[in-house]
Design a protein. Structure first.
Length: 70
């Protein structure tokens, strides 16, 4: 929902109802394929799930500062 608010703040004030509905539909995260990925916080749980479903594991790892400064 914050995403929509940010987008609306950046758009011109003359946003029509049709444009708003189109943007709202595009920004619905549940409609995006990546939002259906069963995320796991535990590597052990991810491995067990991958073994059961015969699917690979995709890991995102960041070793730097969480706000991006070195």
């Amino acid at each position: 929902m914050r995403f929509i608010a940010v987008i609306l703040l950046l758009l011109p004030a003359g946003l029509s109802e049709a444009e708003f509905q189109r943007l709202r539909k595009e920004l619905q995260l549940k409609s995006k394929p990546w939002a259906t990925v069963p995320w796991q916080a535990s590597v052990t749980e991810a491995r067990e799930l991958a073994l059961k479903t015969k699917k690979p594991i995709f890991m995102m790892v960041d070793t730097g500062n969480p706000i991006g400064f070195a």
